[in-house]
Design a protein. Structure first.
Length: 255
């Protein structure tokens, strides 16, 4: 396994440049790439016949022209549907296979694959290895237990650990949050594949950041669309921020 390097002031385009293009589509990802984003986050759902697709799910109605659930829809059926834009209108963009995205754009940008099924399909893992993309990809959407299971079968991949609901409860308590983080996640510091704790920005404080950094882990946060908050989080020591407005946030931070 190679060594993951987080870009300085890393900005992750949430679902690609989803403020200007249908989320999780080729167009959104290519726009993020053209506008020099460090990284893109895409949702990874699995069809009824086992294909990993760039789609939030679990229902199809909100982001596609289809209906039903992703995990009850075959890839062939899904290919008949189109992505919806931010205003709900049906576009010409199709729902991409994650494999196709990685084969066409994999080495041109870094990827945060947000796993909606709590793990990664073996076929997608093999694609990552075959393309040599281990150091271009992190896996997210995993609580601590899921992360450990995923790493047991895929020790060569990098991943983030998300807070569980219990974690969120304790981390949000000012007096005990930093101490909780220190003991809750210290075992992860011995796992070289774990890059960061990934959390909503509202759970972050300077004390939480400090304790996570002491463990040798990074702090990645989502989803920040306010310029003042964006700047303050980086100033406080956050390592990576996911945003729906990557172009606007880049300008606000004077890159």
């Amino acid at each position: 396994m190679g060594h993951w390097v987080t870009s300085e002031y890393q900005i992750i385009a949430h679902k690609g440049n989803s403020s200007g293009f249908p989320e999780n589509t080729n167009a959104a990802i290519e726009s993020a790439l053209e506008n020099q984003c460090n990284m893109v986050e895409i949702d990874v759902s699995v069809t009824s016949d086992g294909y990993s697709v760039a789609l939030h799910g679990p229902s199809l109605e909100s982001s596609t022209s289809g209906s039903g659930r992703v995990n009850q829809t075959s890839l062939q059926e899904l290919s008949k549907f189109a992505a919806r834009g931010q205003d709900g209108t049906i576009t010409n963009e199709k729902i991409p296979l994650v494999e196709d995205l990685l084969r066409s754009l994999g080495t041109k940008i870094k990827w945060n694959l947000d796993l909606k099924e709590g793990g990664i399909e073996d076929d997608l893992t093999q694609v990552i290895y075959d393309l040599g993309l281990e150091n271009h990809i992190v896996l997210s959407g995993l609580k601590s237990s899921n992360a450990r299971r995923t790493l047991a079968g895929n020790p060569g991949l990098h991943l983030l650990v998300n807070l569980s609901k219990i974690d969120q409860l304790f981390v949000s308590i000012k007096l005990i949050g930093p101490l909780y983080v220190k003991y809750r996640f210290r075992s992860l510091s011995r796992m070289s594949s774990v890059i960061a704790i990934n959390m909503h920005y509202r759970y972050v404080s300077k004390a939480i950041i400090r304790e996570i950094h002491k463990l040798g882990l990074e702090v990645w946060v989502y989803t920040v669309d306010d310029a003042d908050r964006f700047s303050r989080l980086f100033t406080d020591g956050v390592d990576s921020i996911t945003t729906n407005l990557p172009l606007e946030m880049r300008r606000s931070f004077n890159f």
